[in-house]
Write a protein that binds this ligand. Structure first.
Ligand SMILES: [Zn+2]
Length: 122
């Protein structure tokens, strides 16, 4: 089984007992060591959490290296997904709060439902 050191740039500065190493007066806070492929809190670990001990370290890494990460696969144009939009009317209710008796009244009305349908362009 192989190991990775957490890639979070501030991992070794977080004051947790699990990071304390060394003996006597020679103690340090050390980056978390991650066993590759091990489960995390009983769940299969997401691939990226083989490299980060948690969400905070992942986000610290992204913040620090964002420009370099974006440079790997920059998006210079918008992407588009062909769809069909379907509008259907259906009976619904809304509440009218301006009733004379002061009690909200249920009032029927025609509502519109917008449905996005994917297009199979094989
Ligand atoms: Zn970490």
């Amino acid at each position: 089984m192989s190991y990775n050191w957490c890639h979070g740039p501030n991992c070794h500065t977080q004051e947790t007992q699990s990071r304390i190493r060394g003996s006597g007066d020679d103690k340090v806070l050390r980056t978390i060591k991650i066993k590759e492929g091990a489960s995390y809190r009983g769940h299969e670990r997401y691939n990226m959490f083989n490299y980060f001990c948690g969400q905070n370290c992942l986000m610290d890494y992204i913040r620090e290296h964002l420009q370099a990460i974006i440079a790997i696969a920059p998006r210079r144009e918008a992407l588009e997904t062909p769809i069909k939009v379907e509008k259907t009317k259906y009976d619904s209710w809304r509440y009218d709060y301006n009733d004379i008796e002061g009690r909200p009244q249920r009032v029927p009305y025609q509502a519109t439902r917008t449905t996005i349908k994917s297009v199979d362009n094989g």
